[in-house]
Structures are given as structure tokens and as C-alpha cells.
Design a binder for this molecule. Structure first.
Ligand SMILES: C[S@@+](CC[C@H](N)C(=O)[O-])C[C@H]1O[C@@H](n2cnc3c(N)ncnc32)[C@H](O)[C@@H]1O
Length: 292
């Protein structure tokens, strides 16, 4: 049994309450989005909080809830502590608990992303084994799903690809499993590079994958470049991304909200013939062919 305390507060007060829970002996303190205001991509080494932040602290099951409550009441003003929720949690196999929410997912005709040990009942399935980790990219987000479906829909034979902003490496690994000859994955987050290497090994495609920090990227032009980042970053990176695509090669841009599609398309018009957006939920992917 565990004792879980949670409350919702402002981003200004959250660090104080986090420190208070730690001083009271919390085994873990977790901060999350209490409203629906996702922080899509914080800058490197930044950990911004949500305007309305949920703080959850876990204590040993034999902790006294009345003592914890009075300690909080003495330290915080009553507005905050009045919202305090205290509940008991049964112990369970936590490392397997996430599996309840993560099932095999199909992208296009052939590609499946499956948690370890699970597989679809389909004869022509191409299966990527992938478990959620610290780096972005499991396929559950529409921006990744749009790229995976696009990869599944084309012939990747003899193609070299760059996965720019690789996160978990899901796009590079998918391209290699679907028949691409070679992939280069890059990300400015070292954890993403490690996750990409781990996922490539797990799927036995690491011999065809190179992993590079952005500053180590070779001056290479490839058949296909995929970049699922965010609209503003894509626009900023346009000259660099374009320089890595050979004439006649293709670029796939994702991480773009429908309202941002025109602006991104226009920024890439200089080097690419851009296609109409491919839409999923409120997100779009843009495909372009390098013209000069
Ligand atoms: C939305 S995730 C995409 C991950 C994965 N490619 C996918 O499709 O699910 C964006 C990734 O781009 C990386 N990134 C953002 N800006 C970058 C930059 N300027 N250079 C390299 N990587 C960047 C982030 O660290 C993050 O891992």
C-alpha cells in the first residue's frame, strides 16, 4: 500500500509545494498538466511548468495522513491545502502497468508498432517492437502517425533517409524495417540519440543506421528527409533541411497545426514543390519534392 497526496496549484507555487513534499519524506513527486495546456516542445535544458499544475506525491503506506495534512496546513495557505486529496494505492507491478494503455497499433497497410511480446494477427505485418521511453515517439501522437502512414505508403527500396529530430528513432527504424537501405538519425537531445540506438538494436536494423549529433551531420544529400519538429523550428531550419535533400528527393514535415500549414508551406516553397497538407485531427504533414 502507498499513500498518495495530490493537489492542483499555479506554476509559481508548484516548486514550493514540490520542495515541501520532498522535505516531508515523499518517495516521489510528480508534476503534470492539470488543464489542457500541453507544452509541446520545451527548449533544450528548460523544464517549464503548466499554468495549472497537478502535483502528486507518494508516501510510504504506513505514513499518518492526519500528520501529513496538518504539516501541509501549517506550511501552505488554506486555499491550496483545502484542495488536498489523500488516497491509498494498492501496490502492483508498476513496470507492467503501462501495458494496459499501450497496444499494437497499425499504420497504413503493413506497419505495426507493438509493445515487447505482443504481435498482431496479420500475415503480412511488418512489426516494430517499441516500448514507451523518455524520448518522444511511440506512434500514439498524430504527428508521428502521419509520418508512419506516409512511410508505409511508398516504396523505400534503395532509399537513404534522414530522420531529423529522431526522438525515439521511430521514423528511422520504421523506414529501415519497411525496406530503406540506410538511415541517418539526428537530434539535439542526447537521450533521444541513445533511445534511437536502443530501438534500432531491438529491431535489428542498427547496422544500417547512423546516429549523429546535429553538429556531426555529414554534408550528405538523401532521397527522403523526415522532420517531425514544430512549425517555428522547421521554418528556422529550412536552409539546413533543404541542403540535405537531393534534387528530386522528398521532404516530409510534421508537427504542424492546421492553422500553420500555409506559413510552413510558403517557407519551403523556395526549394520544394509542396503538396496539399495531409490532415489528422488538428495536425498536418506536408510533403515536398526538391526542385532546385
Ligand atoms: C516531436 S519529436 C519527434 C520524434 C520522432 N521523430 C517522432 O516522429 O515521433 C521532435 C524531436 O526533435 C528534436 N529537436 C527539436 N529541435 C531540434 C533541433 N533544432 N535540432 C535537432 N533536433 C531537434 C527534439 O529533441 C525531439 O526529440
Amino acid at each position: 500500500m502507498w499513500l498518495q497526496l495530490s493537489l492542483i496549484t499555479s506554476k509559481e507555487q508548484a516548486p514550493l509545494i514540490e520542495a515541501l513534499f520532498e522535505n516531508m519524506g515523499a518517495l516521489s513527486v510528480t508534476l503534470g498538466d492539470a488543464g489542457d495546456e500541453p507544452i509541446l516542445e520545451p527548449g533544450l535544458n528548460e523544464t517549464p511548468l503548466w499554468p495549472s499544475t497537478q502535483i502528486t506525491a507518494l508516501f510510504e503506506g504506513d505514513s499518518n495522513p492526519d500528520n501529513l495534512r496538518s504539516c501541509i496546513n501549517q506550511s501552505l495557505n488554506s486555499d491550496v491545502s483545502r484542495q488536498l486529496k489523500i488516497e491509498r494505492l494498492e501496490d502492483q507491478a508498476w513496470e507492467r502497468a503501462w501495458l494496459a494503455d499501450f497496444h499494437p497499433m497499425q499504420f497504413g497497410q503493413r506497419l505495426w508498432v507493438c509493445p515487447t511480446g505482443q504481435s498482431p494477427e496479420s500475415n503480412n505485418a511488418i512489426i516494430m517492437e517499441l516500448d514507451p521511453g523518455l524520448a518522444f515517439g511511440t506512434g500514439t501522437h498524430p504527428t508521428t502517425a502521419l509520418c508512419l502512414k506516409w512511410l508505409d505508403s511508398i516504396n523505400l527500396e534503395n532509399q537513404t533517409i534522414i530522420d531529423f529530430g529522431c526522438g525515439s528513432g521511430i521514423l528511422a527504424v520504421a523506414a529501415l524495417l519497411l525496406g530503406a537501405e540506410r538511415a541517418i538519425a539526428t537530434d539535439h537531445d542526447p537521450q533521444a540519440l541513445q533511445a534511437t540506438l536502443d530501438n534500432a538494436k531491438k529491431n535489428h536494423v542498427d547496422s544500417r543506421l547512423e546516429i549523429k549529433e546535429p553538429c556531426q551531420m555529414p554534408a550528405i544529400q538523401v532521397d527522403i528527409l523526415l522532420a517531425n519538429i514544430l512549425a517555428g523550428t522547421l521554418i528556422q531550419l529550412e536552409p539546413l533541411l533543404a541542403s540535405h535533400v537531393k534534387p528530386g528527393g522528398r521532404i516530409i514535415l510534421s508537427g504542424i497545426l492546421t492553422a500553420q500549414a500555409d506559413e510552413v508551406s510558403q517557407a519551403f516553397n523556395r526549394h520544394f514543390k509542396m503538396q496539399p497538407p495531409i490532415i489528422q485531427d488538428e495536425w498536418v504533414a506536408l510533403e515536398g519534392t526538391r526542385i532546385c
